[in-house]
Ligand binder design. Structure first.
Ligand SMILES: [Zn+2]
Length: 457
């Protein structure tokens, strides 16, 4: 079967060799907006499948994901914790199955598993095929496939199918109006329409993922796609801007109630350079839980549209400003995009962010009786890791169980003698947590960037 494609028109500035804007219908805008519903772990996973060695994106999140993949099972509360965090559920999955391109493998229906013995009583399901029943410890291997095609009401999933949209090269989206497009041209100093050339682009999954990748790294996704420009990797890592999180609503509400974690940071005595951190399970649990948070929640609820990932900040603001009814299909749809849900079973007690998960109940038919099933909680005492471990965390978020062999290795690699190491104890709260999340998206020096203000003392 031929792969579906969606068509957009781009307007190219022939002189400056850049795309000025794209004109697109709902098929493109729906997919662009659906990025907000994707958990960070899903983004790492799908971009990893289309790995392009020329472009490294997502700061340290790739390392975080890989660390969890390689993490010894014995440190995790249950086997399914790892599976669930590596394959976080998008609670808008049913809707996203109606998108024209399935960039997140959403075509596959989710499989649900229950315990063949106790499901009558426990009414619990898991999406992990090797989960063990919490009552009888047997494998939950009774399999259900739910037909969950949510009718999208025809046409658009998130936006109206009769509208045309303008999408700028930094992913601001607005309904098409002639005056709107003229203003845009004037803003960019284009007065002569002969300077412009119209081109038609047919986009498949590969091209949409490329656009996502560019949007998450150094911007100008359309220009990059059309002109295939390549820049050195160093340019892709934007320096983390110092945002004053104190002004942020999230901070005001939670400053006094957030939990504190301790971190032992080792620095090079002679230069003050960050070497590595040692942490307990609470900090590692907190870091791994980044993977389950949807992009829209990171950009909106936590960063308030100021994540420094300009394209995504713009898309988020465009959705927030777009009117319901005429362009966005309903208020529920808008809420789902700007405040995407994620499962309660994915929120660790150590998460530190004031986020509330949703309990994703499910109606399943078992032997002719339909009842409501709840997700089996993979956590123990609401955390993903067992209480015992001690771990090394590098600046770019490679996490491994601590050992002296590993400590020597890290020092050797950084060419630092162990005489030249000093240790500081640092306490982390919500503010540092937010800095760390932001730096994990943008920078390969996540810990030193986000702790700089504490390490200077
Ligand atoms: Zn059972």
């Amino acid at each position: 079967m031929a792969e579906s494609k969606i068509s957009i028109k781009v307007y190219v500035d022939k002189v400056k060799k850049r795309v000025v804007y794209a004109e697109a219908d709902y098929t493109f805008v729906d997919i662009l907006f659906s990025f907000m519903t994707l958990p960070m772990g899903t983004i790492v996973k799908i971009l990893g499948k289309h790995a392009d060695t020329k472009f490294e994106v997502l700061g340290s999140l790739n390392n975080l994901y890989k660390s969890l993949k390689d993490f010894p099972e014995c440190y995790l509360a249950t086997e399914e914790c790892k599976f669930l965090l590596l394959n976080p559920r998008n609670l808008a999955h049913d809707l996203c199955r109606n998108l024209k391109l399935k960039i997140d493998d959403t075509d596959e229906p989710i499989k649900y598993f229950v315990c063949p013995k106790c499901s009558y009583l426990s009414k619990l399901y898991s999406i992990f095929d090797r989960a063990k029943c919490s009552k009888c410890s047997e494998l939950m291997n009774e399999h259900f496939s739910r037909d969950h095609n949510v009718a999208s009401g025809g046409g658009g999933v998130f936006v109206s199918d009769i509208s045309t949209f303008i999408v700028t090269d930094d992913f601001s989206v607005m309904p098409y109006t002639a005056t709107g497009s003229f203003c845009l041209l004037a803003d960019l100093g284009i007065t002569d329409t002969n300077q412009l050339e119209e081109r038609k682009l047919d986009l498949g999954c590969e091209q949409m993922l490329y656009l996502l990748k560019m949007a998450l790294s150094h911007g100008s996704p359309f220009t990059r796609l059309v002109f295939h420009s390549v820049t050195p990797i160093l340019d892709l890592v934007r320096p983390v801007q110092c945002t004053t999180f104190d002004k942020c609503d999230v901070m005001k509400k939670q400053a006094s109630t957030s939990l504190k974690m301790l971190l032992d940071v080792s620095l090079q005595k002679s230069t003050g350079r960050f070497l590595f951190a040692e942490a307990k399970e609470d900090f590692v649990d907190f870091l791994f839980s980044f993977l389950s948070i949807p992009l829209g929640t990171v950009i909106g609820t936590l960063m308030e549209g100021a994540s420094s990932i300009i394209c995504m900040d713009n898309t988020f603001k465009s959705i927030s400003n777009m009117s319901v009814g005429r362009y966005l299909k309903s208020q529920d749809i808008k809420d789902l995009l700007v405040k995407p849900h994620f499962g309660q079973d994915y929120t660790s007690q150590n998460q530190a962010f004031p986020l509330k998960g949703t309990i994703s109940s499910l109606k399943l038919n078992f032997c002719g009786i339909t009842s409501t099933y709840l997700p089996k909680d993979p956590r123990i005492k609401e955390v993903f890791l067992k209480q015992s471990g001690r771990f090394f965390v590098t600046d770019d978020l490679v996490i491994s169980p601590a050992s002296s062999h590993l400590a020597m290795n890290i020092l050797n690699k950084l060419k630092v003698s162990f005489y030249d190491v000093e240790k500081y104890e640092i306490s982390l709260g919500l503010e540092e947590g937010l800095r760390m999340l932001k730096a994990s998206l943008l920078s390969g020096s996540t810990l030193s960037d986000s702790l700089a203000h504490q390490l200077k003392k």
